[in-house]
Design a protein around this ligand. Structure first.
Ligand SMILES: *Cc1c(COP(=O)(O)O)cnc(C)c1O
Length: 389
């Protein structure tokens, strides 16, 4: 065996995103015990920062020691009991995973499907509520990374409340890139990931649960079907009232990384960070359109941090991505499911949402397309982006 030295990449795919050197430096600090008082202070610090980021007062706010999918599973495993009905609004890959989570928790999923590339239709969800009878929860994805669509979380959470249902919201790609207003929305269970707009390495999943969601967990008549994700056990570890007891060994160094990413986020300030994501998105889209490319999603439903671009006819899309990677060290994402071969997914997440990356991406894409004899106005993409930057 030999030491592994990863190639230097620029990460503009659907995640992970570029990790700032300050964060990688934090990861390399000495490992301490996970019950060390100093580590407990760090845990409290992270919980506080996550509450500010989620814009919530929820006591039950912490990072699950596993990637975003584990945050998803924590929500479903704890809130869905055998026999429960859950409405899942699906407009991409992650809605299907929600359906599977409901089923595995013993519940029944009522699916409300929307075209991939469009926001969830709030009226269609309202109709599903009217037809369904008693519904335990409404689940949906705020920021669909598979399609580049943002749905109206405030309206959907309000609809759930109106019908006495909990809301389970996937904010994996939204948190840190666009506002996630857990308390203002009245959302009940929200999960995210460390490697998208927070620009920390993958492996942690910030979650937050409202008092209503906590009550629903307490009112369960059956034990949660997962020992590791059972909130009643995990909380004995994460609660800060002196009673912290061993549940599992937190990934100590990964927590240093998340902490540093949160420190950097607060140094920039939330508003400035959202503005930067919006600004880079506008510049990237102006550049892509000036190159003659079309976006998949209507302008008012677009996700700023994940841009789906339609692949021109006759282009070998895998060859384009391979050229970006080999010649520029640049990673962008391919389409998933029904969008495979039809779109590229260009991420502008966290540290990766920068002027340097926007210009690199436009330059590299123009080169790759020109190599495939796509006729385009050379230099137009970068010029259009620069005019805005
Ligand atoms: C990335 C992502 C997930 C899964 O997160 P992992 O960290 O890959 O497990 C879930 N939902 C959405 C919307 C995502 O973009």
């Amino acid at each position: 065996m030999q030491s592994f030295n990863p190639p230097i990449r620029t990460l503009m795919g659907p995640g992970p995103s570029d990790v700032h050197p300050r964060v990688t430096a934090a990861l390399a600090r000495p490992t301490i015990g996970h019950l060390d008082p100093a580590f407990q202070d760090l845990m409290e610090d992270i919980k506080g920062a996550l509450r500010r980021l989620f814009q919530t007062d929820n006591a039950l706010t912490f990072p699950v020691s596993a990637p975003g999918s584990a945050g998803m599973e924590t929500c479903f495993a704890n809130l869905v009991e055998p026999g429960d009905t859950v409405i899942v609004a699906r407009n991409g890959v992650f809605g299907s995973r929600m359906e599977e989570n409901v089923r595995r928790a013993g519940g029944t999923a009522i699916m409300v499907d929307q075209d991939w590339g469009r926001a969830i239709d709030v009226d269609a969800v309202a109709k599903a509520f009217e037809a369904a009878g008693t519904v335990k929860a409404l689940a949906f994805v705020h920021a669909e990374t598979s399609t580049g669509v943002r749905s109206d979380a405030a309206a959907l959470c309000a609809l759930a409340r109106e019908h006495g249902a909990l809301s389970i919201v996937d904010c994996v790609t939204s948190l840190g890139g666009i506002p996630v207003e857990v308390d203002a929305w009245g959302a009940d269970a929200v999960y995210s990931g460390s490697q998208k707009c927070l620009s920390a390495p993958p492996g942690l999943s910030p979650v937050t649960f409202s008092p209503r969601a906590e009550k629903a967990v307490e009112a369960r008549t059956t034990p949660v079907n997962s020992w590791f994700l059972d909130l009643s056990l995990v909380m004995a570890y994460w609660s800060g009232d002196g009673g912290r007891s061993y549940h599992h060994t937190a990934p100590v160094n990964a927590m240093y990384g998340l902490h540093e990413a949160l420190v950097m986020f607060e140094e920039d300030g939330m508003e400035a960070c959202f503005k930067r994501h919006a600004h880079m998105h506008r510049a990237l889209v102006a550049g892509l359109e000036a190159m003659g490319l079309d976006m998949l999603v209507p302008a008012n439903e677009r996700l700023l941090q994940l841009n789906t671009v339609q692949i021109p006819d006759g282009v070998d899309e895998a060859a384009v991505r391979a050229h970006l990677l080999s010649a520029y060290g640049l990673e962008i994402g391919a389409g998933l499911g029904p969008l495979a071969g039809k779109v590229w997914r260009i991420g502008l997440m966290g540290t990766a949402a920068s002027q340097k990356n926007v210009l690199l991406c436009l330059t590299a894409l123009e080169d790759a397309l020109a190599r495939q004899q796509v006729r385009l106005d050379r230099g137009a993409g970068v010029a259009a982006a620069e005019a805005l930057l």
